[in-house]
Design a binder for this molecule. Sequence first.
Ligand code: FAD
Ligand code: DLZ
Ligand code: SF4
Length: 513
Amino acid sequence: MPMRPLIPIFGDQLTPTLASLADCRGADGVVLLAEVDAEATYARHHPQKIALIFAAMRHFAEELRGDGWRVDYVTLDDPDNTGTLTGEAERALARHGLDAIHVTEPGEWRLARDIGGWTERLGVAVHVYTDRRFFVSAGQFAEWTRHRRRLRMEDFYRQLRRRHTVLLDADGGPAGGSWNYDRENRKPLPRTGLALPPPPRFTPDAITRDVLALVQARFGHHFGSLDGFAWATTRRAAERARDHFFAHALPSFGDYQDAMRSGEPWLFHAVLSPYLNLGLLEPADLIERAEAAWRGGAAPLNAVEGFIRQILGWREYIRGVYWRYMPEYAERNALDHHQPLPSLYWSGETGMNCLRETIIDTHEHAWAHHIQRLMVTGNFALLAGVEPAAVCDWYLCVYADAYEWVELPNTLGMALYADGGLLGSKPYAASGKYIHRMSDYCKGCRYNVQQATGPDACPFNALYWHFLMRQRPRLGTNQRLAMPYRNLDRMHPDRRQALFERGEAVVADPDAY
Ligand code: FAD
Ligand code: DLZ
Ligand code: SF4
């Protein structure tokens, strides 16, 4: 008798060409999608994130049925729902009399560990497929790290450009003569005269409205508002979001990638990570389209190269780091930081306007763009010495695109330097000067960004110097910090002392600021 497989599809595997689906085409199997309490609560996800995932899962089930698959969909409010993916796989095997499981590797270590126990627990053969939506498998990345002292994203990215013939000129060199155009991509927004593209927003259909009601009832108490939910929840709508980005934002994406503006969370960003991470969009397709936009004259090279680097470079590299170093990676705390996460991260109640604006965006949209995540909330947590695990938990909860494989290395490694420099050659620590240069936040702030001490001084300023002083034993020999340490040494001792004292006060009670 041929095997009849159960094909479980997790909430971030909503891709019709997924390996387990492609390879089981024609088998007399059953696809299982299950909304389960364990996944919805292992972090206190933003309600918009849960609603996006459930609504996209329900639409994907319809898509698969339309494509001829036999689909079993378990809703969260099904009275027999066991609340875990393992429990639902067990029930589905029995319900349909199936005798094997074919599953694509999950995005998180925690779930991979559970699946590792399925053969014994469920008594059937379990075939785990490599997730072919990524360019580089965990094994290939591990191989790349062998014999390397430093894991430079740039080296990795260039190798992938060559291997997949992306943005190359006729003789195999980088298009336009340079591998990286980042130096052209650090412009603040001009004060006037620049029209921002309208953000693509989608009106919820009946399926999504049902999910919104369910999520409001079950998870409405989590951090975050459901009111403005306007995410795409079908593949077709996600493709419209993609097309909108290419038509309206890509040409200026590079120039203003690092800029921030009050009340404007979207700017020229793609805002495609939630769809990419769910599987509604595919990275290879975005890369091809971006390159075609440049070759067709629709977007400049600095924008297109920057965009492709995020997807082919950073996204793959981050995932590689996650699988290479988990589970130990999640425990790292190289700077020995132990402060609790300030309450302001949940309440948004703070006089520091940059933090307040970023947290309001996050609360309203389950979204903030990269520089807000890195240089505002991330930078403050780093400078204030917050325990990395607490910061990582916050990021995993609050963003619509957050899955541990991508959230953890970005937060623990890139923003907090808690991996001791595996990901970055120096901490992304910055004073208020950086935020002032790249945004208009300081204009509306009760603090004065030009001051470093005194009651009205921008707290980031003293915190920055305080961070350098207290971390000197660990960071003092870092060549990339030589200049700020020289500046610190040139300061009058009284000034150093005043900065240190104000830094101590902010670290002791960040919520008072
Ligand atoms: P664009 O800038 O347009 O980039 C295009 C795509 O490239 C993105 O959609 C995304 O899929 C990918 N990408 C870009 N930067 C990164 C990166 N650093 N790592 C991995 N992929 C990247 N991204 C997530 O997808 N999920 C997270 O949970 C997440 N947590 C983060 C936490 C912190 C502290 C920081 C600093 C960054 C985090 N990022 C995360 C990376 C990045 O901020 C988002 O991917 C980006 O803001 C998505 O916006 P976009 O689609 O407009 O990206
Ligand atoms: C994040 C999430 C949530 C909130 N709910 C579900 C769910 O009910 N069912 C499901 O299959 N997946 C869900 N997910 C996504 C999973 O957490 C994700 O697949 C794993 O963490 C691996 O990345
Ligand atoms: Fe943020 Fe300081 Fe500027 Fe206020 S003055 S917005 S706290 S950087």
